[in-house]
Design a protein around this ligand. Structure first.
Ligand code: PMP
Length: 403
């Protein structure tokens, strides 16, 4: 007998992530990588964390090393409530659950809403980690339109083909992973309108929201819905935030803001899955956020903003005709579309072999496996000279493999 034969059917949809496999390349010396969508470790607020952690161990180790409530460390939830009020979502700590990164929130939300055959509306492309989180709940996917050009009734009738309902629309709203694009206010309102018609939830993934380099902030979907309804308890939008891109991904601290019945159910899941996020980490994040969040994020915006500029300039300088790319106002990513007939995965093999260059081929971000001629470039970890060198190598690799 092979042990795999008795794995649950849900494992059939749990595949190794192309991104995780690719991240292994980062460890290889000599590869110029634009693959990992990760913060630059040189920019971590390490001194602030060192001081906060030492202080916590000196004065609060009884709390820090102990079990704590599943909802999360109250002072941290209060601090987040203050931030949420600043973006037009006044709420109480009871509307907030601390999660072990926003990835855990995506898993819980899949578990909360999706029965096998239910439909999740996602972008084509979308964050591949969201697909990975939802897949074990065996959903059907349909392409989310943010320009209102598909009728809600269309989505509903197609959802019935697998005996389910549309349960939520998931979208990464600001400087999305992988496209770098931001959904404008009209798009956000259109998603809300459609969710009202379909009577489904909206999952607003705001992982990159703080990292804007130019342009105007767009109100969050939850803020827009709250402005319509005047009561968070009446809102169907679930906001997912994270400290991973601003302070540290390794500490695994994220949060969810939603109406209380949603939070209560998520708290039960948290209890059943890991009891609570690491108390020590939550305390450290609270101390560092409270003292340094604004100044630290402002520094990140300056540094990442310059790298974004450098990448756009290098693309302009080095890409052959027929290649298109996005011009993000923030975040970490530029999304490239190659001429029809080219394949991002083939280009990666060639670029790695010939130019020691890495990026992420786009197909894995599409729930239907399309998008073969796309790729994602991350500018967060490279300095400006590396970016120019890398885009020159990419331009050469594209020219040499163009049909
Ligand atoms: N959402 C998006 C859009 C992301 O890009 C990521 C990280 N790559 C996550 C969620 C998960 O991040 P974390 O669990 O570290 O908060």
């Amino acid at each position: 007998m092979s042990i795999e034969q008795i794995f649950a059917t849900r494992t059939e949809r749990m595949k190794a992530s192309e991104i995780r496999e690719l991240l292994k390349l980062l460890d290889k010396p000599g590869i110029l990588s634009f693959a990992g969508g990760i913060p630059d470790p040189a920019l971590f607020p390490s001194d602030a964390f060192a001081a906060a952690m030492a202080e916590i161990m000196k004065t609060g180790s009884d709390t820090a090393l102990q079990y704590s409530v599943s909802e999360g460390y109250l002072p941290l939830r209060e601090w987040i409530a203050g931030q949420m009020a600043d973006i037009g979502v006044p709420c109480t700590p009871d509307n907030i659950l601390i999660t072990s990164g926003s990835q855990q929130a995506l898993d819980y939300l899949g578990k909360l809403f999706l029965s096998p055959g239910d439909t999740a509306l996602v972008g084509w492309p979308t964050y591949m980690g969201a697909l990975g989180a939802f897949n074990p709940y065996e959903p059907r996917y349909d392409q989310l339109s943010v320009n209102g050009n598909r009728a809600a009734s269309d989505y509903a009738s197609e959802a019935e083909t697998t005996g389910g309902k549309v349960k939520f629309a998931y979208l990464s709203v600001d400087f999305a992973n992988p496209t770098g694009e931001t959904v404008d206010q009209r798009g956000r309102e259109a998603v809300l309108d459609m969710a009202e018609e379909l009577d489904c939830a909206v999952i607003e993934d705001a992982a990159y929201q703080a990292l804007r380099y130019d342009g105007e902030d767009v109100p969050s979907i939850l803020a827009l819905e709250l402005a319509r309804k005047g009561d968070l308890e009446a809102c169907r939008t679930i906001y997912s935030g994270s400290f991973s891109k601003t302070l540290s991904p390794g500490l695994r601290v994220g949060w969810v803001v939603a109406a209380k019945p949603v939070i209560s159910q998520l708290v039960l899941m948290k209890q059943a899955s890991d009891l609570h996020s690491a108390t020590f980490n939550q305390m450290a994040v609270h101390r560092v956020a409270d003292a340094h969040f604004d100044s630290h994020v402002s520094m990140l915006r300056t540094v990442y903003g310059r790298r974004r500029e450098a990448m756009l300039a290098a693309l302009e300088a080095h890409m052959p005709q027929g290649v298109q790319w996005t011009r993000p106002e923030g975040g970490m990513f530029v999304w490239m579309t190659l001429p029809a007939g080219m394949d991002g995965a083939d280009l990666l093999s060639y670029a790695l072999e010939t130019y020691k260059l890495a990026f992420v081929p786009g197909r894995a971000f599409f729930a239907d496996g399309s998008g073969g001629n796309t790729l994602r470039l991350s500018f967060s970890c490279a300095n400006e000279a590396m970016i120019d060198d890398g885009m020159a190598r990419l331009g050469a690799a594209i020219r040499e493999t163009m049909i």
